[in-house]
Design a protein around this ligand. Structure first.
Ligand code: ADP
Ligand code: MG
Length: 551
């Protein structure tokens, strides 16, 4: 039309599209999952806005998703009766990538050879449709608006935006129609059985009906459209959960842990939560936002309602409350006492479930800990109430091995040992050659080797595990005296030799103000000297971190 306007894609989008078009990623099926997931989100959003503004739902149009193949035109359409997009939303949402992990994803994609696999793991949302379409036309009416806009693109460097024709505006009475002009080798997506297969595989648990509109015959529903978390555990199989996880979290890995239960009592709510087995790209984004979705009586309310503490932000899933008011505003969520109760109870359950997994399936738990341990450890620093529980969950690399729990470490204490020892540093390699380990090593004492940035924080306050204080070997006054040397069993204390006093005086003289003290040490067996922080001084690694952060 005359009013059509061309706009360039954000550079990242153009780059992503280029990579996708030229990649050899074979699992193109996922495009349908992505479009259906967006359609479902759009229906969720409309239902939420309609709580405050019922007139948004025109003439009782039910929320639904239609899939319409058209062999003559070689097109496949995905049509929803959701919230729709106005002109600027089309430009912003389909021309840029807002997700914070995308930059790092893109750099990974170009770095590694097997970039195609990463597409599968990350999920590229709407743009996945360009794997099967040479042209995409999106016609959309924002709920409550008279205007209908058309966004179209052939991939490449940009898109066009124009007002819809009269005919198109009538067709799209509400919501969004996405028409894919299929590439030659993507004609199979016109087949009803292919569409059904993909929907069953990826989208069966979408809450809204998905209708296949065949070229001949009546439209028919091809998903079961149940809110899976409302069903009873006994009728669900591991595959059902795996599919629900992928769909709810928009993930491509398998869940490492599934927690599904219904709370009854003072409050009723259903909980379906998962721990991923793979680390997402945006785990360490600054906002530390959670990803658990809040529903009230099957209606989606918010996906950032802080239903779990920030150190559990890797947990994905749904909490569906029976008691909260439907018209609760997103702003009110933060101070709602009912929600605070749910948060507390569910947090306890998640930690309990992780604990059980750690005991019963240590290998699965190790996967979770490897991916998310550094995040969970933030809780040691900021959740005083649950610190003991979190300490019991934690696994460490020590001088004796990997994945060691504090309980194991305490069980293996040497005779007369009363403290748990650790060293904080940047790399295992460097820590292992640290002279401060020598004396511990000589006595066979196990020492935690802490290398995550967060380790400097939670260890900076006094902390103990079951009454055994944690002590840094790089702080002063470590006394191994009563713990016998491993190769020297006759309990001889290695007192400083008589002439040590003279040596110390000479060194003190030479160093003057630059050190606060010089002492003879039992800590070294092979090195001549080492620097330590005073007994109450801040640990050196934290000192370094704080300096880096200019504090
Ligand atoms: P994501 O779903 O992770 O946000 P997508 O690339 O899948 O990323 O979609 C980008 C954005 O485009 C969505 O967040 C949404 O705002 C908008 N969008 C996509 N499809 C639809 C649709 N069918 N109805 C309304 N908005 C949509
Ligand atoms: Mg999406």
């Amino acid at each position: 039309t005359a009013a059509a306007e061309s706009q360039p894609f954000q550079a990242e989008v153009a780059e992503l599209l280029h990579l996708m078009v030229h990649s050899v990623y074979s699992e193109t099926d996922i495009f349908l999952r992505e479009l259906i997931s967006n359609a479902s989100d759009a229906c969720d959003k409309l239902r939420y806005e309609a709580i405050a503004n019922p007139s948004l739902i025109t003439d009782g149009t039910p929320p639904e998703i239609r899939i319409v193949p058209n062999r003559a035109a070689n097109t496949l359409a995905v049509v929803d009766t959701g919230i729709g997009m106005e002109r600027q939303e089309l430009i912003d949402n389909l021309g840029t990538i807002a997700r914070s992990g995308t930059k790092s994803f893109l750099s990974k994609l170009t770095e590694v050879k097997d970039g195609a696999n990463l597409i599968g793991q990350f999920g590229v949302g709407f743009y996945a449709a360009f794997m099967v379409a040479e042209k995409i036309v999106v016609t959309s009416r924002r709920a409550g608006s008279d205007e209908v806009w058309v966004w179209s693109s052939e991939g490449g460097s940009g898109f066009e935006i124009a007002p819809a024709s009269e005919e198109a505006a009538q067709r799209v009475a509400c919501g969004t129609e996405i028409v894919l002009h299929l590439k030659k080798d993507a004609a199979k997506y016109l087949e009803a059985y292919e569409i059904e297969r993909i929907v069953r595989e990826y989208s069966d648990n979408i809450q809204f009906p998905i209708l296949l509109v065949p070229e001949e015959g009546e439209p028919r529903q091809i998903n079961s459209a149940s809110a899976l978390w409302q069903r009873s555990k006994s009728e669900l199989q591991p595959e059902d959960y795996a599919q629900a996880y992928k769909q709810i979290a928009g993930a491509f890995d398998e869940p490492a842990m599934t927690l599904h239960y219904r709370a009854e009592g003072r409050q009723s709510y259903a909980v379906l939560l998962f721990a991923p087995s793979q680390k997402p790209f945006d785990l360490f984004q600054v906002e530390r936002k959670g990803k658990v979705k809040l529903y009230v009586r099957r209606v989606f309310i918010a996906d950032d309602a802080e239903l779990l503490p920030a150190y559990l932000r890797f947990i994905r899933g749904v909490i569906d409350s029976e008691d909260l008011p439907l018209n609760i505003s997103r702003e009110m969520l933060q101070n709602n006492p009912q929600l605070a109760q749910i948060r507390k109870a569910v947090t306890g359950r998640v930690i309990g479930e992780l604990e059980t997994l750690g005991e019963k399936e240590p290998e699965t738990f190790a996967k979770i800990w490897d991916a998310f341990g550094p995040v969970i450890k933030e809780g040691l620093w900021e959740d005083f109430e649950r610190r003991d529980k979190l300490l019991a969950l934690a696994r460490f690399t020590t001088t004796s091995g990997e994945n060691r729990s504090l309980k194991q470490i305490v069980d293996d204490f040497k005779p007369n040992q009363t403290e748990i020892y650790y060293l904080v540093g940047d790399s295992l390699e460097r820590l292992k050659s640290n002279p401060k380990l020598e004396s511990a090593r000589a006595r066979g004492i196990e020492v935690l080797l802490l290398t995550d940035p967060v380790d400097a924080f939670w260890t900076s306050a006094p902390i103990d595990f079951g009454g055994k204080p944690l002590k840094s070997l790089s702080q002063g006054d470590i006394d191994f005296g009563l713990i016998p040397l491993a190769d020297d069993k006759d309990d001889k204390k290695d007192e400083p030799a008589a002439d040590a006093a003279t040596t110390i005086a000479v060194i003190k003289d030479a160093l003057g103000e630059r050190v606060s003290d010089v002492r003879a040490s039992q800590r070294l067996t092979a090195s001549a000297s080492c620097l330590v922080a005073g007994g109450d001084a801040r640990d050196r690694a934290l000192e370094r971190l704080l300096v880096q952060q200019n504090r």
